[in-house]
Design a binder for this molecule. Sequence first.
Ligand code: FES
Length: 159
Amino acid sequence: MAILLTSTVVVALAPLLVYLWPAAPKGQRKQVLTVTLDTPIDQLSDGQAVKFNAPASPDSAFIMADGGGDNAAGDLAFGGFVVKNQGKVDVFAINCSHLGCSIALNTDAKTFDCPCHGSRFHLDGTVLRGPAQAPLSHLTWKQGSDPSSIQVDGLTLGF
Ligand code: FES
């Protein structure tokens, strides 16, 4: 009788436990990704930014820390920018908050410009001109072992 009762409870609770604590998506593993920058952080001048991409071997992506518009915390980004602005260093996902196109640095205007529909962002990530309504998304990062590397929260894909 005890075995029958125990089996019934286990069978009844299993779907609930799987719902509450789902397994990680197959083929994805959270990982801190080390990225080498073309320009070390300590050599960035004010108003300068350096682009970087997620490591390709194995396939990787960064995880957005926040978001608005088309971007949300937890969304994936395959590139980003480290920018030094008024002495502060920020790291942004490359995705425009309008519909997700990759932004580019406009070195003359010192803005991030989106080639798709013309949105522009200040170097602090706030919107200068729409149609984007929300600021750029940050990435969670810290300095690597030297000024030319950073460590960014991300995922490895398809292992
Ligand atoms: S996707 Fe950037 S302005 Fe539309």
